[in-house]
Design a protein around this ligand. Structure first.
Ligand SMILES: [Zn+2]
Length: 278
């Protein structure tokens, strides 16, 4: 699934069509009558998180690539074309995506300050939104598009490794410096992602996503589907700290520890007790 930075790359790839008229439109989309697109001029291309927005004079086409969507410019790459827009200087092809028509003013539909890659991104607003959902797990919070529009599963895994926070940590139990790091790195990593993806070196920079060994501790990483979002999560149990209330497992562990300490103490007492006689 394309994450926010990939949509920025798409936006840059189609700049040649800005200001051009759609000469013909085809494809298997049922979202709009294709004839309505012909002769419409592209006013702008915008993005909000994972949404790619084709702005026309009277309405906007919202493209969401879901899990398997893709696009190509000038050359068709696949057979099942959802939407093909033909211009006098080239072609745009969209595949396996969801298309929706937005009639409203985009500024009323989208909160641009919630998009991690937008100039309007607002850290304080993100903090407020996080605090309003105190019981959320960090792995779910990062994927919440109302808080971090544009963040996807790769960014989630890499950000949590970067800030050394366990994915099952609970928002309200994060120390303030970790909460700040979470918000800041969600944006920073997204820009790194964008830069690496443009240079075709993104995978090379993955530290935990799809990896098996922790580069910090050189021990096996854990791979689990975690949180309400149930997405693949890669993390290190050793260097990513868990900020959570004691689970039954932790309570059990601490019970064992107490028992062990009790026995150890008893032994010491015995030893001490024996000492004078020896
Ligand atoms: Zn580690």
């Amino acid at each position: 699934m394309p994450e926010g930075p990939s949509i920025i790359i798409l936006k840059e790839a189609v700049q040649q069509f800005k200001g051009r008229k759609i000469l013909s439109a085809s494809g298997n989309t049922h979202a709009i009558e294709l004839a309505k697109l012909v002769n419409q001029k592209i006013i702008d291309f915008k993005s909000w998180g994972k949404h790619f927005l084709i702005c026309l004079p009277k309405f906007t086409l919202r493209i969401h690539f879901m899990l398997w969507g893709s696009y190509s410019v000038n050359e068709p790459l696949k057979k099942n074309i959802r939407l093909h827009l033909h211009f006098n200087n080239g072609d745009l092809y969209l595949y396996s995506c969801s298309i929706k028509v937005i009639d409203e003013d985009l500024n009323l539909v989208y909160d641009w300050s919630g998009d991690v890659l937008n100039d309007a991104w607002d850290e304080n607003k993100a903090r407020k939104k996080l605090k309003a959902q105190p019981d959320q797990l960090v792995c779910d919070a990062l994927l919440d598009q109302h808080i971090f529009a544009g963040v996807g599963n790769i960014i989630k895994n890499e950000v949590l490794f970067r800030i050394q926070v366990h994915p099952e940590s609970i928002i309200k139990l994060l120390p303030p410096r970790k909460l700040t790091a979470l918000i800041r790195e969600a944006r920073n990593y997204s820009f790194d992602f964008l830069e690496w993806k443009k240079a075709f070196v993104l995978r090379k920079h993955w530290l935990v996503h799809t990896k098996q060994i922790c580069p910090r501790c050189v021990i096996p990483l854990i791979k689990k589907h975690l949180g309400k979002t149930d997405r693949r999560t890669f993390y290190c149990e050793n260097c990513q700290e868990l900020f959570a209330e004691r689970t039954t497992l932790n309570a059990e562990r601490s019970k064992q520890k107490t028992k062990y300490e009790y026995l150890k103490a008893k032994k010491t007492v015995k030893k001490k007790a024996r000492k004078p006689t020896s």
